[in-house]
Ligand binder design. Structure first.
Ligand code: AOS
Ligand code: ZN
Ligand code: ZN
Length: 388
C-alpha cells in the first residue's frame, strides 16, 4: 500500500532548477524567432524564474551561464535573486563560443588556448563564491571532425589536467558536475561523449565531482534509467539536465516526447532515495523554447517533472518486490504500469492547494497579467546565445 501522506510530502519538498537561458530568445542555426517581452538582462531572467517559482512552488533555483549572464557584481545579483525568493544555482561555463576554440578548449593542442579555457573555469568558481552557488557545471563541445585530426588519448590527458586544476580550486560545499554529450558540434569524436567517460574522470578527481545526465544527449533507445541506477549505486550522479528529444539534442520540453521514459527515470530516483533535496541531486532543466511562449513552457515542464515524480512515488514497492522476487514477470510489469497509468493531476492539484498555490499554474500565470506586463515593459530582449 502506498502512503499517500508521504507521497504528498515528497512532492511538496521536490526542487527543480530552471536555466536562465531558457527565458531568453533562442532558435536553431536556421533562425531565431525573437519573442516580445523576453528578458534584456540577467536580472530580468531571474525575475522570470522567480515567476515560475511563484506559480509552481517547486522551482526556487535558477542556473546561470557565464558570459551570457555576465554582471559586474555577482554578490548583488545573488541578493537580488534572494529578494525575489529564488537562489542562484549552477554556474554554467562557456568554452565553446570563441574563435579560439575551433580545435577545442581544454583539449586544444595549443597550450595557450587550454590556459584561456581553464582560466574561464576558475573564473566561474570565483563567481560561485560570490553568488553562493554550490555547482560548477561543465559541458565541453570539444572533439574532432576527422579521423587523425588530433590524438584521442592526448586529448583525454589535456582534459584530465584542466579538470584537476579546476577541481583543486573548489572549496566548502562546492561541487563539479561533468556533463557528457554523444556528438555535436564535433561529429567524428567528442572528448566527453558518454556517461562512462564522465564517470571515469569524476572517479579520478574525487568525491566532489559527479556526472550530469542531460536526457537529450544519448543515442536513440539508450536506457537512461539504467545509467541513473548505476550512477546512484556508485554515488556519482550529481545532476540532470532535463529536456526532450525526438532526433538529436532538441532541447524540447521535458516529458513532451517521452513521458514514460521520464517516469522510468524518476522511478530510479525514488528507488535510490535520491528525490529529497538533501541527497544533493540538482534536477535542472536545460531547454530552449524557440516557438512557444517561454514562461508557460517552463511552468509546463516543471509540471511534467512533477507528474512523472508523482507516478514514480505511487509505484507499490511492496507489491513490486513481491512480484519480482517470485519471478512473476507480468505482475511486476502490471504493478509498474498501474502507477504510470494513474492520473496524478488531481493529486498534484491538491498538493498545490495545500501549499496555498493555484491548482493550475498555467491558467493562474495567464490570468496574472505578467505576460502582458513584460511584453509592454521590455523592448529589445536578448538572445540566449544558442542558434546565433
Ligand atoms: C549542450 O548541449 C549542453 O546541453 C549544455 O548543458 C547546455 O545546453 C549549456 O551549458 C548551456 O550552455
Ligand atoms: Zn545540457
Ligand atoms: Zn545539450
Amino acid at each position: 500500500m502506498t502512503d499517500l501522506a508521504a507521497v504528498k510530502r515528497a512532492l511538496t519538498a521536490q526542487r527543480i532548477e530552471t536555466p536562465s537561458w531558457a527565458y531568453a530568445n533562442s532558435g536553431t542555426r536556421f533562425k531565431v524567432f525573437a519573442q516580445p517581452g523576453v528578458p534584456r538582462t540577467p536580472e530580468e531572467k531571474i525575475a522570470d524564474a522567480a515567476t515560475v517559482h511563484r506559480f509552481t512552488g517547486v522551482a526556487p533555483v535558477v542556473a546561470l551561464h557565464i558570459p551570457w549572464d555576465k554582471v559586474d557584481d555577482y554578490a548583488a545579483l545573488g541578493s537580488y535573486a534572494r529578494d525575489l525568493g529564488v537562489e542562484i544555482g549552477a554556474i554554467n561555463t562557456n568554452v565553446f563560443q570563441d574563435d579560439d576554440y575551433k580545435l577545442g578548449s581544454v583539449t586544444n593542442p595549443d597550450a595557450g588556448i587550454r590556459r584561456k579555457a581553464t582560466d574561464h573555469l576558475l573564473e566561474a568558481i570565483d563567481i560561485m563564491g560570490q553568488t553562493g552557488s554550490r555547482d560548477l557545471k561543465l559541458w565541453f563541445s570539444d572533439g574532432i571532425n576527422y579521423p587523425g585530426q588530433d590524438d584521442l588519448r592526448d586529448r583525454q590527458d589535456r582534459l584530465a589536467a584542466a579538470l584537476r586544476e579546476a577541481y583543486d580550486r573548489l572549496t566548502g560545499n562546492q561541487r563539479m558536475l561533468l556533463e557528457y554529450k554523444l556528438f555535436e558540434p564535433a561529429f567524428y569524436a567528442t572528448d566527453v561523449p558518454d556517461w562512462g567517460t564522465s564517470y571515469a574522470h569524476c572517479l579520478e578527481l574525487g568525491e566532489r565531482a559527479t556526472v550530469c545526465i542531460d536526457t537529450g544527449h544519448h543515442a536513440p533507445s539508450t536506457n537512461i534509467e539504467f545509467i541513473v541506477a548505476f550512477l546512484l549505486r556508485q554515488q556519482k550522479l550529481g545532476a540532470f539536465d532535463f529536456n526532450s528529444r525526438f532526433y538529436a539534442d532538441d532541447d524540447l520540453m521535458v516529458g513532451a516526447a517521452d513521458p514514460f521514459q521520464l517516469f522510468r527515470i524518476m522511478y530510479e530516483i525514488v528507488r535510490g532515495g535520491a528525490l529529497d533535496p538533501a541527497y544533493g541531486i540538482a534536477f535542472m532543466l536545460d531547454q530552449c523554447h524557440n516557438i512557444e511562449r517561454k514562461i508557460p513552457a517552463i511552468i509546463r515542464s516543471v509540471m511534467n517533472v512533477q507528474e512523472a515524480t508523482a507516478k514514480a512515488l505511487l509505484v507499490d514497492r511492496d507489491a513490486l518486490t513481491k512480484a519480482q522476487q517470485s519471478g512473476d514477470v507480468l505482475e511486476a510489469n502490471a504493478v509498474f504500469m498501474d502507477a504510470y497509468n494513474t492520473d496524478v493531476r488531481p493529486l498534484l492539484a491538491e498538493v498545490r492547494a495545500d501549499a496555498g498555490l493555484d491548482p493550475n499554474p498555467i491558467t493562474a500565470y495567464r490570468a496574472s497579467g505578467y505576460d502582458e506586463k513584460i511584453t509592454a515593459d521590455r523592448v529589445g530582449g536578448t538572445q540566449a546565445g544558442w542558434g546565433a
